[in-house]
Design a protein around this ligand. Structure first.
Ligand SMILES: [Zn+2]
Length: 241
């Protein structure tokens, strides 16, 4: 769930500071397929199949893909997604340099996980498409997109399902979003926890309340289905004018 900037200073610095070291198959954000990847045909094949299923059936993914198409950023499966092996326990990332979503085929084993990663990274793509996001130089932009991705992707709703009985739902959701955004930023930027907390807190309210393109926080698949239906109806309404 990492976000990378399009950063053009020296390469070593870029790799260290922007999380490229977490993606050994990435080099300076260029689209590259190694022979190594091809040998993992089964992982690669399964990853592609799960991605295809997510794009066809997840209401979260469908809504985001539709919204991006309407914003002039049509997403192509072969061009904008890449199944790769990643380091550690990373699930995915958005590489702003190539506008590509990386899916970590060695760390995503279940369809529900794939759906969440695809949704999370598509929110970064959506932000990249609609706004002139300065991923590297403006940490507030990065923080804002991470807050939105954690809030709207179901990353935190999933945890809520488990801990609903133990926490006040609303507060827990906000804390979860804040915590996940912090972790994502700290994974790709060499800044202190205090610095990251300060930036997240500065932009939290406005970014937490920015629900585009969902129009609400989709707390469940059902919510996401309603959001998708509303979104499609809105299109139809304008199309008839
Ligand atoms: Zn992220």
């Amino acid at each position: 769930m990492r976000t990378f900037p399009n950063y053009t200073m020296d390469q070593t610095k870029q790799e260290e500071e922007c999380g490229y070291d977490l993606f050994p198959e990435r080099n300076q954000g260029e689209y590259k397929k190694s022979v190594f990847t091809k040998t993992f045909f089964t992982f690669q094949h399964k990853c592609q199949a799960m991605l295809h299923f997510a794009m066809e059936t997840s209401p979260y993914a469908k809504l985001l893909l539709g919204a991006m198409k309407n914003s002039g950023c049509k997403v192509f499966k072969e061009r904008h997604f890449s199944c790769e092996d990643c380091s550690g326990t990373v699930s995915g990332g958005f590489d702003a340099a190539s506008s590509q979503i990386v899916l970590c085929q060695n760390n995503i084993h279940q369809q529900s996980h794939m759906n969440r990663v695809v949704t999370h990274e598509l929110i970064h793509s959506f932000d990249h498409c609609r706004a002139h996001v300065d991923w590297f130089n403006n940490l507030r932009h990065l923080a804002c997109s991470e807050i939105r991705a954690a809030n709207l992707s179901g990353d935190c709703s999933f945890i809520n399902e488990v801990s609903r009985l133990n926490f006040g739902l609303k507060e827990h959701h906000q804390e979860c979003v804040r915590g996940r955004a912090l972790r994502s930023i700290l994974a790709v930027r060499k800044i202190s926890r205090e610095e990251a907390e300060k930036i997240v807190d500065e932009v939290f309210d406005s970014c937490f309340n920015d629900h585009a393109p969902f129009g609400r926080i989709p707390h469940s698949k059902e919510d996401a289905k309603f959001a998708y239906r509303d979104y499609m109806n809105k299109d139809r309404y304008y199309a008839n004018l």
